[in-house]
Structure formats: structure tokens, C-alpha cells
Design a protein around this ligand. Structure first.
Ligand SMILES: [Ca+2]
Ligand SMILES: [Ca+2]
Ligand SMILES: [Ca+2]
Ligand SMILES: [Ca+2]
Length: 469
């Protein structure tokens, strides 16, 4: 499964996303983050006491995602300054992939200078995805949300919630997920569990669901509070970002459709309907095609109003953008190129139940930039180029003809003398780390209204969460 791809550092607000299939949002200070086992004094005692409770040889096991990546996790669920602990392990006599070989989980309490085992559980998989501590029932004590990875499955995981008590630990029902985050979905001030779940049981007709789980006072346990449909034809979830607005608490879910394409799912809780709403999901096509794009841009506050905008695609005619393909040996083959479909990117805001265009742009995820353009340029501009070095031409939509070259944007590493020579007629527009972004504007471009100042102001530099080859 793909690793999650956060947007570039320049969009640091969006870094508050969960890793794929990982845990929820983290706002704590750094020292409450990853805690290695501190096996000295009290913690050595924990290990000793733990070993005494296990009958046979065991291997310790650490969660694979989230903030807690240690087999021994100490926490203080009731904030009384006495720590509690949990330990993940597995018995060594079974092979790692043996179905019998479930992860085991022990809970410990520290009282009277001694660790005492409070409860012991068989886990629900052969590895641990993540551990989250959060108060879900509003009693000022943290519950423990644990995500389990199922045998042999890459995307199907289950979670359960553990309620820590003085005398024992109780566990909830278990629920499936592909991606899990904890935040307040319905706006009642109490955290909920938000999951995206892919159902691939019918490969020809994959489905997916957004679901919200909440603690129910009536049942005394976590229940499914509401669900909405999602595009099932995706390869992985990239991130989940909640956003509070005056109208609603929105949830932006970014998903990959193969290597080239992405979509954004949008959800919000409707208090009247008492369920999750999916305003972008198209029931007829069973997909979220309105936000489909052929680049790796994700929702982003493009106009600095503290609200996210979703990238959507608008057809661009006359474009010819190629990637130089590589032979098996890795050498470039001239003429053997694959063409990319090109689109303008229209950034839309969800407001008053509708999508409103906020900004148009052209996204180049090869070089790593978003070029904001005036809406009046849409349909009057087309792009030609190879390997990310794109030239922008005038385009006439009624004659379907390309006109004059307006400008070209290039990038190269600082101090690369070949490139500095190659782009010596270009003006530096901006730099990002070791990369120089430069442009060359023709007289026709200047007549069209392009200037170095405009390009510099219109460029957003990003590596789209990955390294550009
Ligand atoms: Ca405690
Ligand atoms: Ca609680
Ligand atoms: Ca809530
Ligand atoms: Ca915005």
C-alpha cells in the first residue's frame, strides 16, 4: 500500500493529516509523541512484571503507524499522575503468519510502587496498525482506540475501543476501516471516530463508505452514528482533514485513483437528517467524479481565507504535454513519449451547499508548481512541453488553433552550470531550497499581460508530497 503523501511543507496547515490507515490528528507537544520504552527503574519493573505474566516465549510487537510506536506504551488515562501501561506481544512458537498467531495485549496499572496486570486480550490481527488515546465518552478519562491489521490483508483493518478502569479493561465491538481519524464530526464537542472503509468483496463493483462512530450513553458503548457513500474505485486514502466553518463541520478526504489521478471526497454531519452527507458523491455513476483530477494536488487554502478549496478539472484544449519514457536500461528514448491529458485546475469552495470557483490554476506536478491564472485566461491558454518544462501558448477555442508563445517556465538545481547556461535568457522568478524556478516571457506574452512580477506572485511551489524524479 502506498505511503501517505502529505502536501509540501509550504502547506504546513495541511500536514495535520493522518497517515494512510494510520491514526488521527495530533496536536500534543513533541514529548508526548513517540515514546520509546524507557526501561529504567519503574519501566524495568514493568518489563519484569510483564514477563512474569507470560507463559512461554514471546516477541514484543510495536504499532506500525501513529504516534505510539513502542511495544510498551505507558499513559495516564485518568490524569491522576499514576501511569498505566499496555504491552503488545505475540507468542514465539507460532510462525508470524500463522492464523493462530494473534497479537496479544496486556494492560497494567501502577499502584503501591508495583505494576499489576489488570486485563489481557487477544488482539484482532497479526499486527497493530495504531494506538490513539482520546476521551470519547466525555468523562475526562481517555479511552484507547486500537487499530488491528488483519491477516494477509493490506487495506482491511479493524478497530476496537478499550475502556480502562481501576479493576479491569472493557473492550467495545470491533469495526472495519481502511483509514481512521479521531475528531468531533457532529459538533457536540465530543470526539468521534471517523473512518473510510473500502469494501472490495465484489471486485467488479468496489464500494466505499465514510462512517462516524460515537459513544452512546444508552448502550454504554461505541456505535455507528452515521454513514455515507464514497467512490469505491480508489487505490488508497491519502489524508483526512476536518474544517470547521460557520455553516458546517466539513471533512475533506483525499484519495488516490491509481498513480495519476486523485479525488477529494467531502462530508459533513447533518443535524436534521442525523447522518453524514456526501455532497460530491454522484449516485448515478457511483463515483466522486466532480473532483477527479490528473495530478497530485490536494485540497488547499489557495486564497488565504482559512478555508480549504478542492482542486477540480476543466478541459484544456490544444495541449501537448509529454513525459520522456525510459527504456528498461534507463536511457531516454527520443520520440517514444507518452502524452498526458491536460486540464486547468479550478479550485472550488463548498459554501451554501454549492461549489464556488475561487481560483483557476495550472498544476505541474512534474516540476512541482501551481501557477495561479486569471479566470479570463481559461480557454485562451494552452500548454506544450516535455518533462515538466512547459511553454504556455495562446489558444483560440473557436478556431481550435494555438497562437503565439507567451512564456516558458523551467526549474533547475542551484549551481547546475549546464542548466544556468541553457536557461541564461530566463529570469529567476523564485527559489525553493536548492531549486530555481525561472521564466522566459515573449513580447506576445508581455502584450497578453504576463510579467515576471505576475508569474512570481502566481507561483506556488510544492513537491506534492513526493520527490519529483
Ligand atoms: Ca492514572
Ligand atoms: Ca472517557
Ligand atoms: Ca462528537
Ligand atoms: Ca481558501
Amino acid at each position: 500500500m502506498k505511503t501517505a503523501k502529505a502536501f509540501a511543507a509550504v502547506f504546513s496547515a495541511l500536514i495535520l493529516v493522518a497517515l494512510l490507515g494510520g491514526c488521527g490528528f495530533r496536536m500534543q507537544s513533541f514529548d508526548s509523541l513517540i515514546r520509546p520504552p524507557k526501561l529504567s527503574g519503574k519501566y524495568q519493573d514493568l518489563q519484569d512484571d510483564f514477563e512474569r505474566t507470560v507463559d512461554g516465549n514471546f516477541d514484543l510487537l510495536s504499532p506500525e503507524n501513529g504516534d505510539y510506536r513502542s511495544a510498551f506504551i505507558t499513559f495516564d488515562y485518568d490524569s491522576d499522575s499514576n501511569e498505566e501501561a499496555l504491552v503488545f506481544y505475540r507468542m514465539s512458537e507460532h510462525a508470524v503468519n500463522d492464523d493462530e498467531n494473534t497479537v496479544k495485549l496486556s494492560f497494567f496499572n501502577y499502584t503501591d510502587n508495583e505494576w499489576k496486570q489488570v486485563s489481557k486480550f487477544d488482539g484482532l490481527g497479526n499486527s497493530v496498525d495504531c494506538v490513539i488515546f482520546r476521551d470519547l465518552n466525555n468523562d475526562d478519562k481517555d479511552e484507547i482506540i486500537i487499530g488491528w491489521k488483519l491477516f494477509g490483508s493490506k487495506s482491511a483493518m479493524t478497530f476496537s475501543v478499550y475502556y480502562f478502569g481501576e479493576k479491569n479493561v472493557a473492550s467495545s465491538e470491533t469495526f472495519p476501516y481502511s483509514s481512521l481519524n479521531v475528531f468531533d464530526v457532529n459538533g457536540d464537542g465530543i470526539d468521534d471516530i471517523f473512518t473510510m472503509t473500502l469494501d472490495s468483496s465484489q471486485p467488479a463493483n468496489p464500494a466505499a463508505y465514510a462512517r462516524v462512530y460515537s459513544y452512546s450513553r444508552d448502550s454504554g458503548d461505541i456505535i455507528l452514528l452515521g454513514e455515507a457513500r464514497a467512490d469505491g474505485n480508489i487505490s488508497a486514502y491519502a489524508s483526512v482533514t476536518p474544517e470547521k466553518t460557520d455553516e458546517a463541520n466539513l471533512i475533506f478526504v483525499e484519495a488516490y485513483k491509481g498513480e495519476q489521478q486523485m479525488i477529494t471526497e467531502l462530508y459533513y454531519w447533518d443535524d436534521n437528517e442525523r447522518t453524514l452527507m456526501a455532497p460530491l458523491f454522484d449516485i448515478n455513476s457511483q463515483s466522486t467524479k466532480v473532483s477527479l483530477r490528473s495530478n497530485r494536488a490536494v485540497s488547499f487554502d489557495i486564497d488565504d481565507d482559512k478555508r480549504l478549496e478542492i482542486p477540480t478539472s476543466v478541459e484544456m484544449r490544444g495541449a501537448s504535454v509529454k513525459l520522456t519514457s525510459q527504456t528498461a536500461a534507463g536511457s531516454a528514448v527520443t520520440g517514444d513519449t507518452s502524452s498526458l491529458s491536460m486540464y486547468y485546475t479550478k479550485w472550488v469552495k463548498f459554501e451554501g451547499g454549492q461549489l464556488k470557483a475561487v481560483q483557476y490554476s495550472i498544476v505541474n506536478d512534474r516540476l512541482g508548481y501551481i501557477l495561479k491564472i486569471k479566470s479570463s485566461w481559461v480557454g485562451r491558454l494552452t500548454v506544450r512541453g516535455t518533462d515538466g518544462i512547459w511553454s504556455y501558448y495562446r489558444w483560440n477555442d473557436s478556431t481550435m488553433q494555438a497562437g503565439e508563445l507567451l512564456f516558458t517556465l523551467a526549474s533547475y538545481k542551484k549551481g547546475d552550470s549546464d542548466s544556468s547556461q541553457k536557461y541564461k535568457d530566463y529570469e529567476t522568478l523564485t527559489t525553493s531550497g536548492e531549486t530555481v524556478f525561472s521564466g522566459n516571457i515573449t513580447q506576445a506574452g508581455r502584450d497578453f499581460g504576463v510579467s515576471e512580477k505576475l508569474l512570481t506572485e502566481s507561483l506556488i511551489i510544492t513537491d506534492f508530497g513526493g520527490k519529483n524524479e
